[in-house]
Design a protein around this ligand. Structure first.
Ligand code: BV8
Length: 236
């Protein structure tokens, strides 16, 4: 019988790849010939807000047209059936974990279906374009930006994430290249906390050497297999 009671899961763009959403580094992280690190920054937004709004308008539309895949759905099942704590931390800005049944998802890099008013700080669920500078429904000012954590900005709820990792028995990383910090450093925190660490990824990542175990393959196969294994092993 497994002694696993607290699980922290970190997901990246790879878990949504089979839902048709592009990852960052497959096409070397370029968008309209701009490195993502240039477009996804406050400086990039200040320099050319229209370009950045178009970048996120396009991704917002892609997310709305995408469907969750077996990997998202099996994590939803894990949350519902596992007899312990599961914190799902995602670097992804899509809502496929939620549509796959996950309830406890922490979007550390924000959400593309959320708009953030820079005048009154209120966030709104947003499915349309931001490019035409819509008025904030709360304060009426035309000062909304994508509710996304850009490079150089502090990711959301870091204290909550570090507190959960400190208590974790198991840390699982799914579909991430381990290229972006602080997310890429979570596995080292988990090792320091004495947690077991498992990586499920299509190929070896920059952080693979930090994991106790790495399984290579598509998330839609590896994740359901792992969830099945864990639920069979954990107390009902
Ligand atoms: C911060 C939102 C500090 C935007 C994102 C030098 C060294 C170390 C760090 C830095 C440095 N210079 C700058 C930094 C900091 C910087 C950083 O890490 N830069 C990198 C480029 C070196 N980090 C930051 O700026 C962060 N903030 O540090 O703040 C601070 C301190 C005080 C006060 C204020 C601030 C903020 C980072 C967040 C940036 N925003 N996303 C958007 O989405 O448009 S990051 C973005 O890129 C994603 O969210 C994600 O995190 C990252 C991409 O990573 P992945 O998700 O892993 O995607 P990728 O394509 O890379 O990999 C996909 C993987 O899936 C691959 O391994 C592939 O094999 C696999 N895969 C593919 N298909 C499948 C699959 N796996 C399974 N199945 C499949 N079918």
């Amino acid at each position: 019988m497994s002694s696993i009671r607290n699980i922290v899961i970190l997901t990246g763009a790879g878990i949504s790849a089979e839902s048709g959403l592009k990852t960052f580094r497959a096409e070397d992280g370029l968008w309209e010939n701009h490195p993502v690190e240039q477009v996804a920054t406050p400086e990039g937004f200040a320099r050319d807000p229209d370009l950045v709004q178009r970048f996120y308008d396009e991704r917002r539309a892609n997310v709305l047209a995408a469907q969750p895949n077996a990997a998202h759905e099996s994590l939803g099942r894990l949350e519902a059936e596992f007899d312990g704590e599961v914190l799902l931390v995602t670097q992804n800005i899509d809502d496929l974990h939620e549509r796959g049944g996950a309830r406890n998802t922490l979007h550390m890099h924000g959400e593309v279906l959320s708009a953030w008013c820079r005048a009154c700080d209120v966030r709104h669920k947003w499915e349309g374009t931001l490019r035409d500078g819509p008025d904030c429904p709360a304060c009426g000012k035309a000062s909304m930006r994508p509710d996304i954590v850009w490079f150089g900005e502090m990711p959301y709820q870091m204290d909550r994430i570090f507190a959960a990792i400190a208590q974790a028995d198991l840390f699982v990383s799914i579909g991430t290249s381990g290229a972006v910090y602080p997310a890429a450093g979570f596995v080292q925190e988990a090792n320091r906390a004495g947690a077991r660490t498992l990586e499920l990824n299509l190929e070896r990542s920059a952080g693979s050497h930090f994991f106790d175990e790495t399984r290579l393959g598509p998330a839609s196969e590896l994740v359901p297999e792992w969830v099945e294994e864990l639920l069979a092993d954990s107390p009902t």
